[in-house]
Write a new protein. Sequence first.
Length: 346
Amino acid sequence: MSVVTDTREAVPSASAAPVLVEAHELSKTFDVSAPWLNRVIERRPRQYVHAVDGVSFQIPRGTTLALVGESGCGKSTVARLLVGLYKPSRGHVRIDGEEIATTLAGPGAQALRRRMQMIFQDPYASLNPRWKVQDIVAEPLREHGLVKDGTALQRRVAELLQSVGMSPADAQKFPHQFSGGQRQRISIARALATQPEFLVCDEPTSALDVSVQAQVLNIMKDLQRERGLTYLFISHNLAVVRHVADQVGVMYLGRLVEQAEKRALFATPRHPYTRMLLDAIPDIHMTGRARTPVRGEVPNPLNPPTGCSFHPRCPHANERCQRERPALLSLHGVRVACHAVEEGRI
Ligand SMILES: Nc1ncnc2c1ncn2[C@@H]1O[C@H](COP(=O)(O)OP(=O)(O)OP(=O)(O)O)[C@@H](O)[C@H]1O
Ligand code: SF4
Ligand SMILES: [Mg+2]
């Protein structure tokens, strides 16, 4: 009997909790062609970037899926697709069984937007510097018509600030009066205003000092526990991922190459790219294992390698890898896209 199951259609969820978010064969292609006249003069064809290419996963309610991968692998594009900021070129996103593209085009759009919010990397850029914190945090409440009465609005903002460890008095200050970590807490308070179920966090702590990162991550974990929040958490930092994730998805050039429960992924990484990323982080357990820097560079996404797009950097690549793209298969209880793993070579 084969242990190989093709999961391109059905994506099993490892958690017992019901699925809240499902990405199915999600793809996004950007047209990055030069202007028409340049193309004609220079005889250049149209050019496309497959920023996200056939990504499928499920996130059980109340859990965190972290996406990792080097710059340009498509993490932020997945984030934007999941909250409907981009329309997929192919595939779809379902929240609680509802296909979001359909709902966002209809009368249920506002109700759905309330259920999902996004937190960005740079809290300063996403907070209006001329507004008081009171107005910043109250904005989604006003926009969605959730609280109309002024006193109730103030009370709600005070509650939201307290939920992220800030003082109600902070409502009267401006963003520049706070540190980076406090500003990110204000962003979180604002994101929580509509009582969302699903938060997409795109590198939310990458701009912060390490000690502050831990505080913000702990607040996010507490909020998850208290409110049953579901997170898609994007980070290029595996130490952060280890702290927050239930499942981890590793992306390479627009595709998911491995997805596993956090413990399994850190203990037994299967894909050569996951191994390379893990080998590059300082040894958390101090076992004396040497740190191996990440080898090679991400290929140009306009001209991706044939077959397995990781083959130019992979120590296990062979002729099949250059020719045939590996499918994401369920092997050893994880999802992994690698011929060598499938063949038992590694
Ligand atoms: N609006 C856009 N127009 C054209 N190309 C884009 C656009 N957004 C992203 N891309 C391209 O799509 C690919 C994926 O980009 P994306 O921003 O999703 O990567 P990322 O994993 O978030 O990277 P980083 O870690 O640097 O934030 C890249 O090649 C990028 O240049
Ligand atoms: S399919 Fe081949 S090239 Fe790709 S990761 Fe596996 S062994 Fe390496
Ligand atoms: Mg990004």
